[in-house]
Design a protein around this ligand. Structure first.
Ligand code: ATP
Length: 303
C-alpha cells in the first residue's frame, strides 16, 4: 500500500500493532502502582533531555544522558519487588480461575457476617491488579482456600494470627497477620482506630479492596481508593464484592467507594496511586519496631 509516508506493508502494520499492544500491556502493569509516578518522572526527564539535544545544549544533554544511564540501574534496584511481581503477573493464568470465584466470595461475605455478629475484629485485603506481595511478606505465608470456618478460626480472639490483616488472592488466603500501611492519625480519619486506618492506608496505596469488621461496633465496611465506605449489611456487602472483585476486569481503574458522611471532606483521592512522599512515610511505619501492639484483652472485653 502506498501512503504519504511511503510503502506500508503487512509487516509494518503487524509491527505497529505488536508495539502498541506491548506499550498498553506495560501501562497495565504499572497503572495503579507506585511505579506510575516514576514513569511520569522518567517521561519528564526524557522530554527535557530531547529538548536539550534539539536546542544544542550540549553540557545539559551530556549530563542528563549520563544520569539516565545510572538512573536505569538505580530503578532496577529500587523497583526490584515491583518488577518481580509484574513478571509473576505476566505468567499468572488469567480469567476466572485466577480470580475469586462466586462461591469464595459468598463464603467470604458469610464469614464477615458471622464475625460482625460476634464482634470479632477482622481485616481482609483482596488483591486485584496491584500485587500485595510486599505486604504479605510482613505476615505469615499460608495457602488455603477461603471458607467460612477457616476465616472465623483465623480471626478468633486467641488465634495466633488474629492480629493484623489477611491477604486474599483469588479464592485463596495467601498470608495472615500482615501489617498494612497506616493512614496517619492526624487527618480526616483521626477518630478511627488503627484497624480502620490500616484498611484505608492500604487501599490508598494499592487498588486492593479492603474489608474491615469492627470489633467495637460489629460493623462491616469496605475501604477502596483511600476512602472508607459506609456500614454495609450482608446484601450490600455481597453486591459490592461482586462488582469490585468478581466483575472487576483486568485493566480497569479502581472505582472509589461512596464515602461516608464524615469522609466527604477528605481530599479527592479516588485515584489509588500514591505519591512518593507518602510511600516513604508508610514504609517507615512498616518497620518491625513500630508493629502495633495487640490490643489489651481488657479493652476487648468491654466491647
Ligand atoms: N498496621 C496494621 N496492619 C494490620 N492490622 C493492624 C494494623 N494496626 C492495627 N491493626 C489491627 O487492629 C487492631 C487494633 O484495632 P483498633 O481497635 O485500634 O482499631 P479500630 O479501627 O478501632 O477497630 P475496631 O473497631 O475493630 O476496634 C490490632 O489488634 C491489629 O489486629
Amino acid at each position: 500500500m502506498t501512503t504519504p509516508f511511503g510503502q506500508i506493508g503487512v509487516q509494518d502494520v503487524l509491527d505497529i500493532v505488536v508495539v502498541a499492544f506491548l506499550v498498553y500491556q506495560g501501562y497495565l502493569l504499572v497503572a495503579g502502582t507506585r511505579a506510575v509516578n516514576v514513569v511520569r518522572g522518567i517521561l519528564v526527564f526524557a522530554g527535557v533531555w530531547v529538548a536539550a539535544q534539539l536546542l544544542g545544549l550540549t553540557t545539559l544533554s551530556y549530563l542528563l544522558g549520563r544520569a539516565g544511564t545510572v538512573g536505569i540501574f538505580a530503578l532496577l534496584v529500587l523497583f526490584q519487588p515491583e518488577l518481580r511481581a509484574a513478571l509473576e503477573r505476566v505468567g499468572r493464568p488469567r480469567g476466572r480461575d485466577a480470580s475469586a470465584s462466586g462461591a469464595a466470595l459468598q463464603d467470604l461475605a458469610r464469614a464477615m457476617e458471622r464475625l460482625a455478629e460476634r464482634k470479632t475484629g477482622a481485616l481482609i485485603a483482596i488483591e486485584r491488579r496491584t500485587p500485595l506481595g510486599e505486604y504479605a511478606e510482613t505476615g505469615v505465608n499460608i495457602d488455603a482456600l477461603v471458607s467460612v470456618p477457616f476465616l472465623e478460626a483465623l480471626f478468633a480472639r486467641n488465634a495466633p494470627l488474629h492480629d493484623g490483616g489477611i491477604i486474599l488472592q483469588g479464592a485463596r488466603v495467601v498470608a495472615a497477620g500482615c501489617l498494612f500501611p497506616l493512614q496517619p492519625a492526624d487527618g480526616t480519619y483521626r477518630r478511627y482506630g488503627t484497624r480502620h486506618r490500616a484498611a484505608i492506608g492500604l487501599s490508598e496505596l494499592t487498588d486492593a479492596v479492603v474489608l474491615v469488621v469492627s470489633e467495637e461496633r460489629g460493623s462491616m465496611r469496605i475501604a477502596l481508593g483511600g476512602r472508607l465506605g459506609p456500614d454495609l449489611n450482608g446484601t450490600e456487602l455481597r453486591e459490592q464484592l461482586r462488582e469490585l472483585v468478581y466483575d472487576y476486569p483486568v485493566g480497569r481503574a479502581a472505582v472509589p467507594v461512596k464515602p461516608t458522611p464524615e469522609t466527604k471532606s477528605a481530599p479527592e483521592t479516588g485515584d489509588v496511586r500514591a505519591d512518593a512522599a507518602s510511600q516513604t512515610e508508610v514504609r517507615a511505619e512498616l518497620r518491625p519496631e513500630t508493629r502495633p501492639e495487640p490490643r489489651p484483652e481488657t479493652r476487648k472485653e468491654q466491647t
